[in-house]
Design a protein around this ligand. Structure first.
Ligand SMILES: CC(C)(COP(=O)(O)OP(=O)(O)OC[C@H]1O[C@@H](n2cnc3c(N)ncnc32)[C@H](O)[C@@H]1OP(=O)(O)O)[C@@H](O)C(=O)NCCC(=O)NCCS
Length: 331
């Protein structure tokens, strides 16, 4: 059986930096509140000309280059996003067109903050069975066009940001490197605690003039409820993947949690008794970029030398669904 290797990683974030102070001008909030409760100082917002697939394309080209491959070497695309460019088809098809790869399969997955780790697990299975050689896995989000920037939506609007991260997952015969294990979970009983109700076909008819005035067109989050579950599920799923791979916690070089909230990351770090250097955080700069947060963080951790050849890295995510997932990778 083959091994799935992370052959290259890249990220792209829009140039436009939006500080907490800028948000103060749009709604009743404060830099102090946002920093204290979330750790976020600024986030990026996409510019007028670009769409989700453009961010995805730029991150993808960097990942492909880092892998030392040509675009044509990619034989499958998996794209994770909750902020698709269009209702259908998925953004993966638009990315495929932008990359000039007609004919290869493109799969969109909708697992929100856990999307990248779910995608990695899918890619891992395809590589192991020999179905594909070089899979492009992307997490890409444009949150800034779908949030309520009035005081009504402030609990959600201040948290999210735009950006994209990509990885090339390649076939390898090296048994010591690559994806060692992945764990995936969901519990739909909590679906409505972090969701966007509209538009959706559960509404009859799906579309009407009236829905534009309903709060359901914006994401809803029961913040405390999400927080409580996240701080339990993150450590659980990290321990599960370590157990699955037969690895001790002390062997981990770096944990990359989905960048949901600095306080969640800190609570998880304390629960697992990990030192600060062993847990990656860049939420200060980007906010929560949902499916893009983990690949952006991997890419930056490589650039900063915090992931090196041989590093043992644990990814963990939690989000809407609820879904939660983890992966253990030897670089
Ligand atoms: C959202 C979150 C930061 C809110 O922090 P909290 O300490 O739970 O705060 P609460 O929701 O209890 O709100 C406290 C007060 O701040 C207010 N508030 C909410 N958003 C605010 C904002 N952006 N600016 C200022 N005040 C705000 C609330 O209205 C509330 O006011 P009240 O006490 O007068 O009713 C926190 O619950 C959280 O991080 N949850 C997890 C979110 C998450 O990670 N989501 C993504 C999962 S992938």
């Amino acid at each position: 059986m083959y091994r799935a290797l992370i052959a290259g990683v890249g990220h792209f974030v829009p140039e436009r930096i939006v500080s907490n102070f800028e948000l103060e001008k749009m709604m009743e909030t404060s830099d102090e509140w946002i920093r204290e409760r979330t750790g976020i100082i600024e986030r990026r917002w996409i510019n007028e000309e670009d769409n989700n697939a453009d961010l995805a394309q730029r991150a993808s080209l960097k990942a492909i280059e880092q892998a030392g491959l040509e675009v044509e070497d990619i034989d499958f695309i998996i794209l994770a996003t909750l902020s698709t460019d269009y209702f259908f088809p998925g953004t993966g098809c638009f990315l495929q067109e932008k990359l000039g790869l007609p004919g290869i399969g493109a799969l969109d997955i909708r697992n929100q903050c856990s999307g990248f780790v779910y995608g990695l697990s899918i890619a891992d299975q395809y590589i192991k069975t020999g179905m594909y050689k070089n899979i492009l896995l992307v997490g890409s989000e444009v949150q800034s066009r779908g949030l309520d920037f009035t005081t009504r939506g402030r609990d959600v609007a201040v948290i999210f940001g735009d950006g994209a991260g990509a990885a090339v997952i390649s076939r390898s015969k090296d048994n010591k490197k690559g994806v060692l294990a992945t764990c995936l979970h969901a519990d739909g009983r909590h679906a409505k605690e972090l969701w966007q109700e509209l538009p959706g076909s559960a509404r009859k008819p799906m579309m009407s003039h009236a829905i534009i005035d309903e709060p359901g067109i914006y994401p809803y989050m029961n913040g405390r409820y999400v927080f409580k579950h996240a701080v339990t599920k993150f450590p659980e799923v990290i321990m599960e993947v370590l157990q699955t791979a037969g690895v001790d916690k002390s062997e981990i070089d770096l944990v990359i949690p989905h960048q949901a909230n600095m306080r969640i990351t800190e609570a998880v770090r304390m629960k697992l008794e990990l030192s600060e250097e062993k847990v990656y955080s860049n939420i200060q700069k980007y906010g929560n970029t949902t499916a893009a947060s983990i690949p952006i963080a991997i890419s930056e951790a490589i650039e900063e030398g915090r992931i090196k050849e041989g590093s043992l890295v644990c990814l963990a995510a939690f989000g809407s669904g609820f879904t939660w997932a983890s992966a253990l990778i030897r670089f």
